[in-house]
Design a protein around this ligand. Structure first.
Ligand code: SAH
Length: 411
C-alpha cells in the first residue's frame, strides 16, 4: 500500500504509532497530527530526514542562489546602520535548515567587515532537529562544535569559519535577551495549524482519525461539536468557510515583538502566504512532488501557507510591521538586478552564466517563487515614526527608509 511505497520499516513506524494512539484515544487535531509527523523526537520528518535541498523533498530560495542570502545580509546591515550602529547584536535564525542562509549572511558580514568594524556579533540558531543541527554545524563551523556547553542555555556551540560564535537552541525562549536581528525563512509554514470548517450547525474543527474500514489508513473527520480551538481562534466577523490558524506562530511572533520592543532590533519573516484570505492550503511534499498529507506521515514535509494578517495581529502593536511584500519586489528593491549583472560579468563560462540566469528566474518569476513568497518585518515603532511626530513634525529629520519595502505600510 501507500506505506509500503514509502520505503523501509522506519517509514511505517510513525503510522503505526499514530494508528495506535487514534484507536486508543480517538481523533486528534490537525495541529497535533502535524506536530507528530514533523517533529516527533524519534520519528518526525525533520528529526529523521531533514528534507531541505536538491536531494531532499523541497528546495528553498537560499539553496537556489547565494544572492538571496547576500541581499538579506545587506538588509540587516542597512537596518543596523539606520538604528545608529549599536556596538553589539545577535543574529537569531529560526529553523535554519542546512545553514546555507546564515552562511551567505556571514560571508556578507565578512566582506563588509570595515563597515561593521568593532561591532560584536554572535549567531543564535533555533533548531529542533538534531539531524539538521549537525548539517548546520558542518556547514558553518566545519563540524568543530561543543555539545551541551556548561553555563549556557544552548545545547551546542561553535565558532563560524569567519570567527563568529554560534549557539544552538530548541526554543526561542532559550536565546539570551539582547539587541537582536531575527530571521525566519520558511519556518512559520512548518508550524502546526488547526483547520476549521463552517457547517450548518456552526464551526467545526477538522480532525484526523483512523479509517475503520481500511487498516492503518488515516482520514479527515469533523468534530461533532465546537472544540476549544474553534471557540478561541475563529473571529465572529469571519467570512470564509474554511480557516487555518497557527497558534504557535502567533506565540512566537508575540515573543519576537516583545523582545524587539524591550531590547531593540528587527525581525524579517519570509514565507509563502496570504493576508487572511486563503482557505485550504495544507499540503505535503516528497521528492519535490505534492504528497497526500495523510499518507505515510513522517516521510513527507507538511506545510500550510502563512497568514500574515494573523502575524500582524499577534504583534499587538508592540512593534510596527511592514509587508507582506512579494519576494520579487523585495529582492528588486534590495538590488538583485545589479548583483546579477556583476556576477554575470565576473563569470567566464556559459554554464555558470546559465545557472545564474536560471536561479534568478526561480527567485523572481511570478510563475516560480516571485509572487507567492512574501517578506514581512517587525520593527521598533520609533524606526518608522518619530515618537513625538504629532507635536512638531517639521522639526524632525526624516527617518531613513527601510530597505526592501518601498511602500511603507505602517499598521
Ligand atoms: N530556513 C531553511 C529551512 C526551512 S525548513 C531554508 O529556507 O532553507 C524548516 C526548518 O525549521 C527546519 O530547519 C526544521 O527543522 C525547523 N523547525 C521545524 N519546526 C520547528 C520548531 N518547532 N522549532 C524549531 N525549528 C523547527
Amino acid at each position: 500500500g501507500e506505506a509500503e511505497a514509502a520505503g523501509g520499516d522506519g517509514d511505517r513506524a510513525m503510522l503505526r504509532h499514530l494508528a495506535r494512539k487514534l484507536r486508543a484515544s480517538g481523533p486528534v487535531t490537525v495541529a497535533e497530527y502535524m506536530r507528530e509527523a514533523l517533529t516527533n523526537p524519534g520519528q518526525g520528518y525533520y528529526t529523521r530526514r531533514g528534507g531541505v535541498g536538491e536531494s531532499g523533498d523541497f528546495i528553498t530560495s537560499p539553496e537556489i542562489s547565494q544572492v538571496f542570502g547576500e541581499l538579506i545580509g545587506i538588509w540587516y546591515i542597512s537596518e543596523w546602520m539606520a538604528m545608529g550602529k549599536p556596538n553589539t547584536f545577535q543574529l537569531v535564525e529560526l529553523g535554519p535548515g542546512r545553514g546555507t542562509l546564515t552562511e551567505d549572511i556571514l560571508r556578507v558580514f565578512k566582506q563588509l567587515a570595515s563597515v561593521l568594524s568593532k561591532c560584536d556579533i554572535s549567531v543564535h540558531l533555533v533548531e529542533v532537529s538534531p539531524k539538521l543541527s549537525e548539517i548546520q554545524a558542518v556547514m558553518l563551523t566545519g563540524g568543530k562544535v561543543q555539545p551541551n556547553p556548561e553555563d549556557e542555555s544552548a545545547y551546542m556551540k561553535g565558532i563560524s569559519k569567519t570567527g563568529i560564535p554560534i549557539f544552538w537552541y530548541r526554543d526561542i525562549q532559550d536565546v539570551p535577551p539582547g539587541y537582536s536581528f531575527y530571521l525566519a525563512h520558511e519556518f512559520f509554514d512548518a508550524l502546526p495549524i488547526h483547520k476549521f470548517q463552517r457547517t450548518e450547525k456552526g464551526w467545526r474543527e477538522v480532525l484526523v482519525d483512523i479509517d475503520p474500514e481500511v487498516p492503518d489508513q488515516l482520514r479527515f473527520v469533523l468534530s461533532p461539536s465546537r472544540t476549544p480551538a474553534s471557540q478561541n481562534f475563529i473571529q465572529p466577523e469571519e467570512t470564509r468557510d474554511h480557516v487555518e490558524v497557527c497558534p504557535e506562530a502567533g506565540v512566537i511572533v508575540q515573543r519576537l515583538a516583545s523582545r524587539i520592543e524591550k531590547d531593540g532590533g528587527a525581525a524579517l519573516v519570509a514565507d509563502y502566504g496570504h493576508d487572511g484570505t486563503k482557505t485550504d492550503t495544507f499540503r505535503g511534499f516528497r521528492n519535490h512532488k505534492l504528497h497526500d498529507v495523510l499518507s505515510a506521515p513522517g516521510t513527507a514535509d507538511l506545510t500550510a501557507d502563512v497568514d500574515f494578517s494573523y502575524l500582524r495581529k499577534m504583534a499587538q502593536g508592540k512593534t510596527a510591521t511592514l509587508g507582506p511584500i512579494k519576494q520579487r519586489e523585495f529582492l528588486k528593491n534590495m538590488g538583485i538586478d545589479l548583483r546579477l549583472q556583476v556576477l554575470l560579468q565576473n563569470s567566464g563560462d556559459t554554464a555558470t552564466r546559465e545557472q545564474l540566469l536560471h536561479s534568478y528566474d526561480m527567485l523572481m518569476n511570478p510563475e516560480n517563487m516571485g509572487d507567492c513568497f512574501h517578506f514581512f518585518a517587525l520593527l521598533p515603532r520609533h524606526r518608522l515614526v518619530h515618537p513625538d511626530k504629532k507635536d512638531k513634525p517639521e522639526s524632525k529629520s526624516p527617518l531613513p527608509p527601510v530597505a526592501g519595502f518601498n511602500e511603507l505600510l505602517l499598521k
